[in-house]
Write a protein that binds this ligand. Structure first.
Ligand code: AMP
Ligand code: MG
Length: 418
């Protein structure tokens, strides 16, 4: 008699504890600490570095009251109601970098250009487009508010104010702000060095000739780039076959020059799963059997005090596990925050029913009208679906029945890859 697979053959084995994703994340968050040192670097070298100390504004921004437009400045008390107003235009002007040193008396106005300091006696500016100049008299009409078109000293940043919190990753807008506040150097954490090692006898490298039984190493370039996107220093540890001594030697070498190691493949409990076997027998294996699809098998352990994220070999599962577990953990190790992926609720453009007991991530992208469609196949070897997608749909641990229009959690790649 031919043995027929039961339709629940992929269900979780009874009586075995599968750790829920949130519990595994919680344990990981508490197990991980910052491991890098900090030091001062020039602002020009600070892009994408994590702050170790909150930088303070070295001066107010703007440092002095100035005009936001090209126009004419005067004291607001020189006006009465709607006007028409006629003010005596005085000699001279105030320009950015070339302020007017005299005072402007009540009833008079002065030519003033964007960014120029308000001369003494000036608190309001009228736009040049709204006035007529007749010889030495300025004419305009209409009600104008006191302080119109002017920027106050310190309205943007106050001197000595902390500008960003420690742990923040510096991006282009931050560098602009810091420079505006006169900050020339910042106290940032050193780069976290994260190694990437592929394992498997079947792996060939792109450019090599591969026979039908071999596959190209897809995980290594993917993981190295993810690490780069997370603003760590990616260390390429190459690929190694399913050979315990070779894996051990590579891990030993990696532990010397990295702060964390991502391996892929060999994390299951099979004969050729040397990563999990080695961590169990010679390192420490702290967490596995996580109730997650795709994501099994995931191993979290230590090799000579260096954390090892033993990711599954299947590229889709490796991607999901790296994004979910390695991303927040590495961020915290690097001095940053424990990261929670960005998520938005969007209507589903698909149908699916899911059993309780594990969390699932589907490769997804948004349609033009903002619904999430999912990749045709859930096969975790289908790396093309990862590239097709622009994010993941997260289905909770409980049972769900999704029909078109059902709200689902969508995690954009922009959140997972940064
Ligand atoms: P493993 O986790 O070692 O049992 O591998 C599971 C599946 O992922 C197998 O089909 C492997 O050939 C495949 N695989 C493992 N490592 C890689 C890799 N670096 N790139 C692409 N596929 C891989
Ligand atoms: Mg393998």
């Amino acid at each position: 008699m031919v043995k027929k697979l039961r339709n629940d053959c992929f269900a979780l084995p009874a009586g075995v504890h599968w750790t829920p994703v949130d519990e595994a994340l919680d344990r990981l968050e508490h197990a991980i600490e910052t491991v890098v040192e900090a030091g001062l670097v020039d602002l020009s070298q600070a892009s994408r570095r994590r702050l170790a100390t909150a930088p303070l504004a070295l001066r107010a921004h703007p440092p002095a009251a100035n005009t936001a437009v090209d126009g004419y400045g005067f004291a607001h008390t020189s006006l009465s109601g709607e006007g028409p107003h006629a003010l005596a235009l005085i000699e001279g002007r105030s320009a950015a970098g070339a302020p007017f040193s005299g005072a402007v008396r009540p009833g008079a106005a002065i030519r003033i250009l964007t960014g120029a300091i308000l001369p003494e006696g000036v608190d309001t500016v009228v736009l040049q487009e709204d006035v007529e100049v007749d010889g030495k008299t300025l004419h305009f009409s209409g009600r104008i508010k006191p302080g119109a078109n002017c920027r106050e000293a310190g309205e943007d940043m106050v001197q000595d104010q902390p500008l960003l919190r420690s742990g923040h990753v510096l991006r282009a807008p931050d560098l602009g702000m810091l420079a505006a506040a006169g900050v020339a150097s910042v106290d940032v954490f050193d780069h976290l060095r994260v190694g990437v090692l592929s394992t498997g006898d079947e792996l060939m490298q792109p450019g090599q000739t591969a026979h039908a039984g071999q596959v190209y190493d897809a995980n290594r370039p993917m993981l190295l780039d993810m690490i780069d996107g997370w603003s760590h220093q990616a260390v390429d540890l190459g690929a190694v076959g399913d050979d315990r001594d070779a894996v051990r030697a590579r891990l030993n070498e990696a532990a010397e020059r990295t702060d964390a190691i991502l391996t892929s493949g060999g994390a299951s409990a099979g004969d050729e799963d040397h990563v999990s076997a080695l961590l169990r027998s010679e390192g420490s294996l702290s967490n596995w059997r996580i109730a997650l699809k795709p994501g099994r098998p995931l191993v979290l352990g230590f090799w000579k005090d260096t954390p090892v994220f033993g990711l599954p070999g299947n590229p889709v599962a490796a991607f999901v596990c790296a994004a979910l577990f390695a991303r927040p953990a590495l961020s915290k190790m690097a001095g940053g925050d424990w990261l929670i992926p960005d998520a938005v609720m969007v209507p589903a453009a698909f149908s699916k029913s899911k059993k309780p007991g594990r969390r699932e991530y589907l490769r997804a992208r948004l349609t033009d009208d903002g619904r999430a469609e999912v990749f045709a196949s859930e096969g975790s070897g289908r790396v093309s679906g990862l590239s097709w997608a622009t994010g993941l749909v997260e289905l909770g641990d409980e049972a769900v029945d999704i029909a078109p229009g059902t709200p689902v959690r969508y995690l954009p790649y922009s959140g997972l890859l940064n």
